[in-house]
Ligand binder design. Structure first.
Ligand code: AMP
Ligand code: ZN
Ligand code: FE
Ligand code: FE
Length: 306
């Protein structure tokens, strides 16, 4: 037998259960078509796509990790996203967390839309909801995000592209930006653990820390609050970024993960399993993630009062 070719996975993706444009089933099929052997679905604030994705992955023989991506409080212009891996799709902990996060969105979206109306872009919440519903088969709570608002703005002719919508209006420095209520980082980690998962700091570049020492300080605080890992490989990362995150993970004894942050058409330059041609995550990352989760479960089982 010759050398086994390296096998790859993608541990950061979005579906129509949040602001991606492929359904969970389509996403799983696309992962296999792209030659991947494993996939994590990490929709924003919602686990609504997980059962469908898991069923399809089982059907076609793709390894699957149920996940989520949540936003935590962090000073602008940075953003802190925490990935939860191996969360239990049916756990009360996931439902509690998701309800809190969706309420934060429900409070924010009408404010953004009202401001856009004031600024002369006449879109409605109903139009945005219709965009979010495309492709999501059921009537469960939908995760309305800025990408959906951006698409409504394009459809209405207010802007020429999603990018322009973010640059001028919806980005953190845009004229129609409003923050949403978020969990503190500690709450985010606790919620992920309560839902049975491992907590991983997503795309640390988006924290926009000014130097490695500052980043290390943020990570040290998260570790103290229970952080399990760092996303080392991501579409936004340059090679030197990934090297720094791998080094920090070693220093704090954290697991490392990687993924493209695939969304489909809202981010046409990002390919499943490849990112901007800078993401290739060997299956060993998935093996180590699974091992860490098994360890955590064993630890929790022995910690339970008898
Ligand atoms: P939200 O969850 O509503 O705050 O929106 C977050 C989503 O908006 C994520 O998918 C981001 O990747 C996306 N996003 C943030 N900034 C931009 C940008 N400048 N251009 C395109 N998408 C963006
Ligand atoms: Zn997104
Ligand atoms: Fe993110
Ligand atoms: Fe993401």
């Amino acid at each position: 037998m010759g050398n086994m070719a390296t096998q790859y996975v993608d541990l950061h993706t979005h579906s129509t259960a949040s602001d991606g444009t492929l359904t969970p089933t389509q996403l799983v099929n696309s992962a296999q078509a792209a030659g991947l052997v494993g996939l994590a679905l990490t929709d924003h604030d919602s686990g609504n796509g997980l059962l469908e994705a898991r069923a399809q992955a089982q059907k076609i023989g793709l390894r699957f990790v149920p996940g989520i991506e949540i936003s935590a409080e962090y000073p602008h212009p940075g953003t802190m996203h925490i990935l939860g891996y191996y969360i239990d799709p049916l756990s009360p902990g996931l439902k509690r967390m998701s309800d809190i996060l969706l309420e934060g969105r429900d409070n924010r979206n009408p404010r953004i839309i009202a401001r856009l109306n004031e600024l002369g872009c006449r879109i409605t919440l109903e139009q945005v909801q219709a965009i979010a519903r495309r492709g999501s088969a059921d009537g469960r709570a939908i995760v309305l995000g800025r990408p959906h608002i951006a698409q409504a703005m394009v459809d209405a002719g207010c802007v020429s592209s999603v990018k322009q919508a973010f640059d001028v209006y919806l980005g953190t420095t845009g004229t129609a930006y409003f923050d949403k209520e978020r969990l503190t980082p500690r709450q985010a980690l606790e919620c992920i653990h309560a839902a049975g998962g491992l907590a991983v700091l997503a795309h640390p570049t988006q924290l926009r820390t000014e130097n490695p020492a500052q980043l290390q300080h943020v990570i040290a605080n998260l570790v103290e609050a229970g952080l399990d890992g760092i996303e080392a490989w991501h579409s936004d990362h340059r090679p030197q970024d990934s090297q720094l995150f791998l080094e920090l993970a070693r220093r704090y004894n954290l697991i490392t993960t990687g993924g493209s942050d695939f969304h489909g058409t809202p981010k046409p330059d990002i390919a499943l399993g490849l990112g901007r041609d800078n993401v290739r995550v060997p299956v060993e990352y998935l093996d180590r993630l699974e091992q860490a989760w098994n360890l955590q479960r064993a630890r929790q089982a022995t910690e339970l009062p008898t």
